[in-house]
Design a binder for this molecule. Structure first.
Ligand code: G3H
Ligand code: 13P
Ligand code: ZN
Length: 286
């Protein structure tokens, strides 16, 4: 069942759990995520980056995910991850995405508000949900000075203004996570999360969640995170699965026997994440 991002995240916000948003680039990753969500009876967000769209083609991704969603026993949203241009966002809306992210986080506050507001206007007119981002992800290393850390992380004052001025459906915040593999252990600023959640009272999104210890993820969910983006951990599972076959059966040359086991590895990881996020058995039917 294909649904909007807002339908999924408003429930998660109300009931206090987080939904997994998994990046997909091809059929096997998509099938792994959908099968995991069905086995956990959980709503799920399938997200495509601009890079994924460039790799697979917008029509292919649209057809694949919409087919998977229409056959799925659980609610599925199709979301654009880190949309940066008006053109990409419009093409996603025209091709059936039910949720888009406008990432204006590199802009100063006023400009981020202006570009986000413009997207909210067109997306909402088409019944599509909008996620925006405020603050800079990038990992807060121990050697970064305290005031520098503060400047990167999302300011609760700015978040309040941003949410009010833009009308976004969910907001991604920077509280110490980074995209990709971590060098050290990430330290999350939970007090900041509590303050932002209290002031905004809306769905809050955590990017760069691969590699964050389970205890920190659990706490972030308890304190108000409702969407958790995972890409790297699924990429690692895929690569491990492929490597296992190539190393243990070097004579293998059937792509199905290489990608099939990788799909199983990815499904296991996605199921673990869904359980960790408290999202198992949160699916509903219309
Ligand atoms: O946040 C970025 C996601 O992991 C997508 O990465 O642009 O390489 O597809 P990508
Ligand atoms: P990771 O690759 O660190 O899981 O981050 C994913 C993400 O934030 C996608 O937007
Ligand atoms: Zn991200």
């Amino acid at each position: 069942m294909l649904v909007t991002g807002k339908e999924i995240l408003d429930r998660a916000h109300k009931e206090g759990y987080a939904v997994g948003a998994f990046n997909i680039n091809n059929m096997e990753i998509l099938q792994a995520v959908i099968a995991a969500a069905e086995e956990e009876n959980a709503p799920v967000i399938i997200q495509t980056s601009e890079g994924a769209i460039k790799y697979a083609g917008i029509k292919y991704l649209s057809a694949l995910v919409r087919l998977a969603a229409s056959e799925a026993k659980v609610p599925v949203a199709l979301h654009l991850d880190h949309g940066t241009t008006y053109e990409t966002i419009i093409s996603c809306i025209a091709n059936g995405w039910t949720s888009v992210m406008i990432d204006g986080s590199h802009h100063p506050l006023e400009e981020n508000i202006a570009v986000t507001r413009e997207i909210v206007k067109v997306a909402h007119a088409a019944g599509v949900s909008v996620e925006a981002e405020l603050g800079r992800l990038g990992g807060v290393e121990d050697n970064i000075a305290v005031d520098e850390k503060d400047a990167m992380l999302t300011s609760p004052d700015e978040a309040e203004i941003f949410a009010r001025e833009t009308g976004v459906d969910s907001l991604a915040i920077a509280i110490g996570t980074a995209h990709g593999k971590y060098k050290g252990e990430p330290k999350l600023d939970f007090d900041r999360l509590v303050e932002i959640k209290k002031r905004l009272n809306m769905p809050i999104v955590l990017h760069g969640a691969s590699g964050v210890p389970d205890e920190a993820i659990k706490k972030a969910v308890e304190l108000g995170i409702n969407k958790i983006n995972i890409d790297t951990d699924v990429r690692l599972a895929f690569t491990e699965g492929v490597k296992n076959v190539i190393i243990n059966k070097p004579e293998e040359y059937d792509p199905r026997k290489i990608c099939g086991p990788a799909r199983e590895e990815m499904k296991k990881v996605v199921k673990e994440k869904i359980r960790l996020f408290g999202c198992s058995n949160k699916a509903w039917t219309k």
